[in-house]
Design a protein around this ligand. Structure first.
Ligand SMILES: [Zn+2]
Ligand SMILES: [Zn+2]
Length: 285
């Protein structure tokens, strides 16, 4: 008997009834919980482990004595019993022929390979904006794909637009805010403005001045001090210490990192640290 000699650790409970014979069902009913567990166990087993395999060209159904290749849900429908129940009721009976099992395993393998292939299959579609050919997964259904370049320039397809709209709606509903930076036309306009202003050397100076004015309006003249305190507070919360390097872990990591550097690199790190210190000092002043 093939099924008896094969070593299947997941099958231990099916071996067990062979010893106790007729008392099996009684015990199963007695320990209803165990029965539940066994059924659950069978459900997650592979097709090979689920069955008691016969080397004959057919097996015999214990309920109707028919010669068939496999006991499965389809056949058992007429007997109003599930496969798991059949397996528990007739633990020593064959449920599949070796030939049938091999056929099933083969078709499972074929289906698996076919799925892997379609997962990798791509198709060419035109970018929604610039009409350039782009490669997308064959299963991708929407015809509003956009290329990397268009995406990079802030363009958003109607498909994404709809997603953003619904997000904005729920944001508005739940948070009472409407994030303008999520609106594509705003993004596009902003990108264009930045590009124009980038050519104007006074632009960033203006931005800084504007920001200083806004901050002073909102937080008073000592806003720099307040901001510094806030960032310190944030860092404190994050690391549990006032400064990152006071955290032992950070120190050890920092030392380890430095130890592996060349003298050139070490010099750079020291210089960088000095720059940061200077900048912090300026911020404080
Ligand atoms: Zn039958
Ligand atoms: Zn494009």
């Amino acid at each position: 008997m093939n099924g008896e000699t094969r070593e299947l650790p997941t099958n231990w409970f099916l071996q067990f009834p062979k010893v106790v014979g007729e008392t099996t069902n009684f015990l199963m009913d007695l320990f209803g919980g165990i029965k539940e567990q066994i059924i659950r166990r069978i459900n997650v087993m592979s097709i090979e482990d689920k069955h008691n395999i016969s080397n004959n060209s057919f097996i015999i159904c214990e309920l109707c004595n028919k010669q068939i290749e496999k006991i499965d849900g389809r056949h058992l429908k007429n007997h109003t019993i599930s496969f798991d129940e059949y397996r528990i009721k007739f633990p020593n009976s064959f449920t599949i022929t070796k030939e049938k099992l091999d056929k099933e395993l083969e078709s499972i393998e074929i289906r698996k390979l076919a799925k892997e292939k379609t997962d990798k299959d791509t198709k060419l579609v035109k970018c929604y904006f610039c009409k350039k050919d782009i490669e997308v997964n064959k299963n991708q259904s929407n015809n509003e794909s956009i290329c990397k370049e268009c995406k990079g320039s802030g363009l958003i397809s109607p498909f994404q637009q709809r997603a953003i709209d619904s997000m904005r709606k729920s944001l508005l509903k739940e948070e009472g805010v409407d994030n303008a930076s999520l609106i594509p036309s705003v993004v596009k306009k902003r990108n264009e403005t930045v590009e124009l202003k980038r050519q104007d050397p006074n632009y960033f100076k203006e931005i800084v001045e504007k920001r200083v004015n806004t901050m002073e309006e909102n937080f008073g003249e000592d806003w720099k001090e307040k901001q510094y305190e806030l960032s310190k507070e944030g860092m404190f919360k994050k690391l549990g210490v006032e400064y990152a390097l006071q955290n032992e872990e950070s120190v050890v990591k920092f030392k380890e990192t430095v130890a592996n550097k060349t003298p050139e690199e070490k010099k750079k790190i020291v210089e960088k640290g000095r720059d940061t210190k200077e900048r912090n000092k300026l911020r404080k002043d």
